[in-house]
Design a protein around this ligand. Structure first.
Ligand SMILES: [Zn+2]
Length: 251
């Protein structure tokens, strides 16, 4: 059985109107930034890479702690992580790839195609891209460090990735069998519980229909809403067990 940890490595203040689709209220909203670590298998599996200190400074992220340091708090050396499942290629999930120099990165083929293809250059998308990290993706592909996957794909027994799309063209989520049943790491398929529980989309998407249907898929895979882990929601720390600052034990 696997254990899962959500590791918070930074935060940013915004407002609800800047975040939820067709929301007009200016209520403050706090985003937490996480990577997730799955232990208990033959080797550790990381979900997403976060970003570097330089990205944090450039993008105004508060309380930054390197995702590598967060992983090391659980006794795993960052340069020994062999597999990282990348939910999508937005800067806050991918720009930290260099922190995990031995990892093979599992990414949906559609996601790679989108961010190296003709559409990503438009302002509506490129704000969320880290071009140097995407250039590095191409180089790492030639170094055999990228595993392009399609649709639903097993990683280890009881651990799978599933394509959802919606937020980005090739967004994937992760399901993990645990002692409490199947846990779903949604990443940005549900930034907040409000997205997946009230079916309120975020305003950042490549396909709104896919995002809405993705909420159905998340519920179906989790079986129970207590096993859903939202991607940027400070409430993760209230719904699960905080074992040390920034370290939340999910299962
Ligand atoms: Zn994100």
């Amino acid at each position: 059985m696997y254990q899962i940890y959500a590791l918070k490595y930074g935060e940013r203040q915004t407002t609800t109107c800047n975040f939820f689709f067709r929301e007009t209220s200016h209520e403050p909203l706090t985003l937490h930034f996480f990577v997730w670590l799955i232990l208990g298998g033959p080797h550790p599996v990381l979900v997403d890479t976060g970003f570097t200190e330089q990205d944090a400074a450039q993008r105004g992220i508060a309380n930054f702690v390197s995702p590598a340091a967060m992983v090391e708090r659980l006794g795993v050396k960052a340069d020994e992580v062999p597999v990282a499942l990348i939910s999508h290629l937005h800067w806050d999930h991918w720009a930290g790839h260099s922190l995990f120099p031995k990892a093979e990165f599992w990414i949906q083929q559609e996601e790679i195609a989108f961010w190296t293809g003709p559409v990503a250059r438009y302002d509506a998308y490129k704000t969320f891209a880290s071009p140097p990290s995407l250039a590095a993706l191409v180089r790492m592909n030639y170094a055999n460090r990228v595993r392009a996957v399609q649709g639903e794909c097993p990683v280890l027994p009881g651990l799978r990735v599933h394509w959802l799309g919606g937020h980005t063209a090739g967004l994937q989520i992760v399901t993990v069998e645990t002692a409490k049943g199947p846990v779903v790491l949604t990443s940005d398929a549900a930034h907040f519980y409000r997205n997946v529980e009230r079916y309120q989309p975020s305003q950042l998407f490549t396909s709104l229909p896919q995002m809405l249907q993705g909420f159905d898929t998340i519920h179906a895979l989790a079986g129970d809403r207590t096993r859903i882990v939202a991607g940027h929601d400070p409430e993760v720390a209230d719904r699960f067990k905080v074992i040390s600052p920034g370290v939340v034990q999910i299962a």
